[in-house]
Ligand binder design. Structure first.
Ligand code: SF4
Length: 354
């Protein structure tokens, strides 16, 4: 059966949708596509935010280099391994290692060793996603060979003018795009994503973001509503910040992306929950299939705030697991414990390339 590709104007209409009945229909359609294309299971990626030291200075981000209003930390290898061990015991299937961006040799060696050791202690059971920004091809290759098999690098917006307004001059859109292609060439499952509801961003920009995902043929999407952090330069532009609008746009984007891309993995990100206590469940009902429980030691969490009002800062990993399991089964979804939950899109593309 062939289906007509979704056009830009269809995406604009979906993303701009405000009427509650129309939105319900949109989310239901996206949910049906999710069930048909990636199934009913929700996969967990236990996220370890292991360092807030960052060499970059993005105007919207709470841990940008020039923000001195909080303490910097880096977890030790043993602390990271402890968290990974917990994820393994909880049968989470996969973890995400995320940190501010660093490219120095010590950092590259550190991550290589941590990835290698997590594969060893989990007997290769844990899948590993990295979210560590722009690196050289050699570094990406070393981390892949150490055992990481997915990489998330958000483009933040596909509109290059908007990108320039979000970043200092030495942050380069083309370099970031090149990283996505390098990662693909090495063999990673590659994810990207954007911020939704940025100052100056239009629904047409967001529709173009989805077309950008489709043209790049990515396997995973990790995107969330923009939330203001007041210790950042961008906060002064976000004077009409409206949480209800941000949540609506975030859910509409998930649904429109599911309808357009069909068989990719899409995360219901924590930013949705920062806007509404049921945000992540709403994301799952709008077509997302991935949840990233925070398994970072609670003592570090308050120092890793890319945006304000981040939820679950003092909820330990055990409470988080119980809470999430309750929330997810409460909406009739099932959890894919102990499974990697790879993107079906990745495997289909690889099979068709053989
Ligand atoms: S968005 Fe990422 S790269 Fe930019 S300042 Fe924040 S942590 Fe660093």
């Amino acid at each position: 059966m062939t289906t007509t590709p979704i056009e830009r104007q269809d995406l604009v209409r979906m993303i701009a949708c405000e009427d509650p009945d129309e939105r319900k229909k949109l989310y239901d359609s996206a949910y049906d596509i999710k069930l048909n294309q990636v199934g009913k299971l929700v996969y967990f990626r236990g996220i370890i935010e292991f360092s807030n030291i960052c060499t970059k200075n993005c105007y919207y981000c709470g841990i940008r280099r020039e923000n001195t209003a909080f303490n910097r930390f880096s977890m030790t290898k043993d602390e990271i391994l402890e968290c990974a061990q917990l994820a393994h015991e909880y049968h989470y299937g996969s973890i995400v290692l995320q940190a501010g961006e660093r490219n120095d040799p010590d950092f590259v060696d550190f991550v290589t060793d941590v990835v290698h050791r997590i594969k060893l202690i989990s007997n290769n059971d844990l899948g590993i996603t990295l979210s560590l920004g722009e690196q050289t091809q050699e570094t990406y290759r070393r981390w892949f060979e150490a055992g990481a098999h997915r990489y998330l690098i958000r483009i933040e917006t596909s509109n290059q003018n908007l990108y320039r307004s979000l970043h200092p001059e030495d942050h380069d859109f083309d370099r970031r795009l090149a990283c996505i292609n390098i990662l693909r060439g090495i063999g990673y499952q590659v994810g990207t994503g954007v911020m939704i509801g940025l100052p100056g961003q239009t629904v047409e920009d967001l529709a173009d973001d989805i077309l950008f995902f489709r043209n790049l043929d990515v396997d995973m999407i990790g995107m969330g509503p923009y939330i203001v952090h007041h210790d950042t330069p961008m906060a002064v532009e976000a004077t009409d910040f409206n949480p209800a609008r941000q949540l609506r746009l975030g859910l509409n984007m998930i649904a429109a992306t599911r309808i357009a891309l069909k068989d990719v993995n899409i995360a219901a990100t924590t930013a949705l929950q920062a806007l509404d206590p049921r945000g992540r469940e709403l994301g799952l009902k709008a077509g997302a299939n991935i949840i990233m429980p925070n398994i970072t030691h609670t003592r570090y969490r308050s120092s890793y705030q890319l945006y304000e009002n981040k939820p679950c800062l003092d909820e330990n990993a055990g409470l988080c697991r119980a809470c999430l399991s309750h929330r997810i089964t409460g909406i009739g979804e099932e959890i894919g414990y102990g499974k990697w939950g790879d993107s079906p899109h990745f495997h289909k593309r690889n099979q068709s390339n053989k």
